[in-house]
Write a protein that binds this ligand. Structure first.
Ligand code: CA
Ligand code: CA
Ligand code: CA
Length: 204
C-alpha cells in the first residue's frame, strides 16, 4: 500500500459510537493516558504523562521547543476532552466521537500529528527511524519491546525502513478516524488484536 495523501472518510459521532473497534481503540487510549489507573483523566495523569514523555526524548530541547511542546500537549488534552476536572472514560469516548465527527478533523489531527512527528524526529531529517521511534515509545506499561516492530512496520507502509511524515499522518488519521478493524491503525500503539479482548468499553 502506497502513501495516502488524502484524508480518510469521515463519519458522524453516532457512527463512531456504534463501532466497537473504534470504541475499543479510544478506550485503550484512555487507559494508556490514565497513568494512575483510577478510571479518570485528571491533572496528575496529564502531569505524569508529560514527565514520562519528556523523559523519553533524547535530543536537548530548547526553550522554544519546550514551549511549543507544552502548547501542543495542552491542545492535545483539550482535544481528548480534558477541561481541568476529572474526566470519565465514558465522557471521553463521547467527546472523542463528537470531535471525530466534526468537519476539519483530518486537518486538525494532521497538525497535532506533525508536532508529535517533530519530537520523534530527533535528528531532523524529516523521517522517523527505528531508533527514534523506540526512544519515544518506551512508555510505561505498554509491553512495548514485544510489539514495537509490529507497530513500526504497520506505520511504514512503503516498507523502506523509515516513517515519513505522510505515513505518520496516515496512521494518526487511521487511529482516530478509522472504523475498519482490519486496518493497520490497530497497530499504532502496539498489538491491538491482542489487547482489544481485554479492553473494557462503557455502555452507551
Ligand atoms: Ca487517572
Ligand atoms: Ca529522523
Ligand atoms: Ca516509509
Amino acid at each position: 500500500m502506497g502513501p495516502m495523501v488524502t484524508p480518510p472518510p469521515t463519519y458522524t459521532a453516532s457512527e463512531y459510537l456504534a463501532n466497537d473497534f473504534w470504541k475499543k481503540k479510544i478506550s485503550y487510549f484512555f487507559d494508556f493516558l490514565d497513568v494512575d489507573k483510577n478510571g479518570f483523566l485528571a491533572q496528575d495523569d496529564k502531569d505524569r504523562s508529560l514527565v514520562l514523555t519528556l523523559a523519553q526524548i533524547k535530543k536537548p530541547l530548547t526553550e522554544a521547543d519546550l514551549a511549543s511542546f507544552n502548547i501542543g500537549y495542552d491542545e492535545a488534552w483539550t482535544f481528548y476532552g480534558f477541561k481541568g476536572i476529572p474526566l470519565s472514560k465514558r465522557d471521553m469516548i463521547q467527546h472523542m466521537a463528537d470531535k471525530c465527527g466534526t468537519s476539519g478533523i483530518a486537518e486538525y489531527l494532521e497538525k497535532i500529528g506533525n508536532r508529535w512527528f517533530g519530537l520523534l524526529d530527533e535528528d531532523g531529517d524529516e523521517e522517523v527511524s527505528w531508533v527514534e521511534f523506540c526512544n519515544m515509545h518506551k512508555g510505561a506499561g505498554r509491553n512495548w519491546e514485544e510489539d514495537a516492530k509490529l507497530s513500526f512496520e504497520a506505520i511504514d507502509t512503503d516498507g523502506d525502513g523509515h516513517i515519513s511524515k505522510q505515513e505518520w499522518t496516515n496512521m494518526v488519521w487511521g487511529f482516530f478516524m478509522g472504523l475498519d478493524p482490519t486496518s493497520p491503525s490497530r497497530f499504532m500503539w502496539n498489538n491491538f488484536d491482542k489487547l482489544q479482548a481485554t479492553t473494557v468499553v462503557p455502555v452507551y
